[in-house]
Ligand binder design. Structure first.
Ligand code: AMP
Length: 446
């Protein structure tokens, strides 16, 4: 289906064409018309599906119908992280550039003064993280009484991060009568309760199975002795001339240590994690996006909401403790049909984590041996399961995820109660690594 059939006005069609989008993604095909009809929406869609445009485009259209500016925002988008809030806000500006609507983002970690000034001048669309929004509400610097449309973006992440009470407090500040959308990659009991309390007779949209991002990505597993992981990573980056590599470590300290070691190896690298200031994070991301640094080392929490177009390589330097995080990590590559490669450097003590991931994806990931890095099966004893070797995490090496957020087990499959609502994409066969050079065809299937 071409964009023209979605019922969007020419100003918006020109904006998506300028972005190079030729066809709407499945979540856009389903969401845009429903929102334009005034329906509430409950959508199971994860990062990379084009969900941001799916809610932003119809919001822009609905708000542009009656242009008289009121003081408070008419649309409110709640997002779990500052990075996601900044990116959604950027998308609002991009898609709305031919319309006369204003928008801004408010999130913590940066000065509140400029945000107050922007809010004072009036915005149509406000993108916010819950905590900072409540801060503004408490100061009386935002008036939420005129919100007509509410979006909860990455609602499962918001619950994971403990924002449920903030969300409920925000709901009380909004008018009763409004249009609501809830986007979530997973559908837990908690999400269901939240959706039941907020949405009225929603259009239930599921465009892809929870693991579908995995299908546009080529997965490669390299078994390696833990103490040689860094050496292998440097080798792969150099030998295969990998550029724009997003590397995941389990901890903030691990991210810093790896960044230092890569720099010593002569590979340009920068780290992004929760201990960095917002400006350091923004700078790291922008250097990485423009190619000034080759490697961005990130923790799971810090990586949420990172939007990097056509990111070709994601490396699991430490395998994630929670299998669902593998899906979130690789969601950074292979976006909206672009192809990508997810490399996993798996040490013997991480085999069980790999097994969990394979179980979740319902497929075995292809293994490739790198010459000179033959792995050592004797690295770990079967009884102990894990061995604390040199360079391994120690007890105080708490993962950023467990330190910052609670895992409430919301990684379940996306199963809203409505029959027949499930999308068409079933599990497809495993996509093997084609050759060893990780060569990519950078096609966008839209
Ligand atoms: P999201 O799921 O909103 O994070 O979007 C993922 C990526 O897909 C973003 O980089 C968008 O620029 C891109 N995108 C969104 N819609 C389309 C489309 N119709 N065709 C191609 N790319 C798109």
């Amino acid at each position: 289906m071409p964009f023209e059939q979605l019922g969007l006005r020419p100003e918006l069609l020109r904006a998506v064409a300028a972005e190079g989008y030729t066809r709407p993604t499945p979540v856009q095909v389903r969401t845009v018309p429903a929102v334009l009809e005034g329906r509430d929406v409950l959508a199971g869609a994860q990062t990379g599906t084009g969900k941001t445009a799916a809610f932003t485009l119809p919001i822009l259209q609905l708000l542009s119908r009656h242009g008289n500016r009121v003081r408070g925002p008419r649309a409110l988008v709640l997002a779990p992280t500052r990075e996601l809030a900044a990116q959604v806000s950027e998308s609002v500006r991009t898609y709305g550039r031919n319309l006369r609507l204003s928008s801004t983002a408010v999130f913590g970690g940066v000065g509140i003064g400029p945000q107050i000034e922007k809010l004072r001048r009036g915005v149509d669309i406000l993108v916010a993280t819950p905590g900072r929004l409540l801060d503004h509400a408490g100061r009386g610097t935002v008036d939420l009484s005129r919100v007509e449309i509410l979006v909860l973006d990455e609602a499962d992440r918001m619950l994971d991060m403990g924002f449920i009470h903030d969300i409920r407090r925000i709901m009380k500040l909004l008018p009763q009568k409004r249009q609501n959308m809830l986007f979530s990659a997973t559908y837990s009991e908690e999400i269901k309760r939240l959706a039941d309390g907020i949405l009225h007779n929603p259009e239930v949209i599921e465009v892809a199975q929870r693991n579908s991002a995995a299908e546009t990505v080529t997965h490669v597993v390299h078994h390696v002795v833990r103490t040689r992981k860094r050496e292998l990573l440097t080798h792969l980056i150099r030998e295969r001339d990998l550029r724009q590599v997003l590397v995941f470590t389990r901890t903030k300290r691990g991210a810093d240590a790896l960044t230092r070691q890569l720099l010593q190896d002569g590979v340009s690298a920068t780290a992004i994690h929760g201990n960095k200031t917002q400006s350091a994070r923004t700078r790291a991301l922008s250097d990485f996006k423009k190619g000034a640094v080759r490697t961005l080392v990130a923790t799971d929490v810090a990586s949420r909401g990172l939007d990097i177009d056509s990111l070709p390589h994601v490396v699991n330097y430490d395998m994630p403790d929670v299998a669902q995080d593998y899906v979130h990590r690789i969601g950074r590559t292979g976006r909206a049909g672009a192809s990508g490669v997810a490399l996993s450097l798996v040490s013997a003590d991480e085999r069980d984590l790999l097994t969990n991931i394979q179980r979740l994806l319902n497929r075995k990931l292809p293994v490739e041996e790198v010459s000179g890095f033959k792995h050592d099966h004797a690295e770990v004893s079967p009884q102990s399961g894990r061995r604390q070797g040199r360079g391994e995490r120690s007890a105080d090496f708490r993962s950023e995820r467990s330190a910052k957020s609670r895992d409430n087990g919301s990684g379940g499959s996306w199963k809203p109660g409505k029959p027949g609502a499930r999308g068409a994409s079933g599990a497809r066969g495993a996509k093997g690594a084609k050759g060893s050079g990780y060569s990519l065809s950078r096609t966008r299937r839209g």
